[in-house]
Design a protein around this ligand. Structure first.
Ligand code: CU
Length: 138
């Protein structure tokens, strides 16, 4: 029982440490849609758009009429397989994007960027938890 608790605690600690690292999330580009068409990431994470079929772009902004269309990112129009990566490092918030030739068909998406979990304020005191854990094995 104590061994199981110890191993569980190690996994929880590993999960907490892992959350401080940047991740890459994949969105497929195909058949006039992005899948999933809305994703939530943490600041510093990267979105990888992976083309499956068709000729599409990944362009920041709500559509071609957006005043800031393509200001943040704008992939070339694909012909076949293509990959596009963008790392969101500026500020948290909702970033709409679209496919230039197909936004009128509803080929749009959004990336919600959240502040990363602050390493300085973990949900528990790891040193206090560690001393409590050690007592279980004495
Ligand atoms: Cu498209």
């Amino acid at each position: 029982m104590k061994r199981a608790l110890f191993i569980t605690t190690l996994f929880l600690a590993a999960g907490w440490i892992h959350s401080a690292h940047a991740d890459t999330l994949t969105v497929t580009v195909q058949s006039f849609n992005f899948a999933p068409n809305s994703v939530v990431i943490q600041l510093g994470d990267t979105v990888h758009w992976k083309w499956v079929n068709g000729s599409h772009t990944v362009t920041s902004g709500t559509g071609p009429g957006d005043a800031n269309v393509g200001a943040q990112f704008d992939s070339p129009v694909s012909v076949g397989a293509q990959n596009f990566y963008y790392t969101f490092t500026d500020t948290s918030g909702v970033y709409p994007y679209h496919c230039t030739p197909h936004s009128f068909l509803g080929m749009t998406g959004s990336v919600t960027v959240e502040e990363p979990i602050t390493v300085g304020t973990p949900p528990y005191d790891p040193f206090k938890s560690w001393s409590e854990l050690k007592q279980l094995f004495q």
